[in-house]
Design a protein around this ligand. Sequence first.
Ligand SMILES: [Zn+2]
Length: 101
Amino acid sequence: MPTYDYKCPNCDHRFVARHGFNDHPPVCPNCGYADVTRVITKAPAVAGGIMTHAGDSRASSKEQLKDKWAEETPKLRKKLVEKLGEDTVRKNAPSLFNNSD
Ligand SMILES: [Zn+2]
């Protein structure tokens, strides 16, 4: 089960709680405040997703985004062309036509 960092906006107490992803967040152990704020210190690893550990190099996530974009561009272009017509899309989003399929 993952641990999460929380900060209480009521008393500024910071604490770590361990609970499931879909569980309700805990209450502040210091003052009992229920609406604590989750502090994102490191993103949990998501297999196959574009989320990466904060410690990962920027280069690798950039490459992943590029791959994702290259993969999505033709689909997005097709969708937009169907909806708006090719002339409109070319005029407003020329970058969609720069990447070859
Ligand atoms: Zn508190």
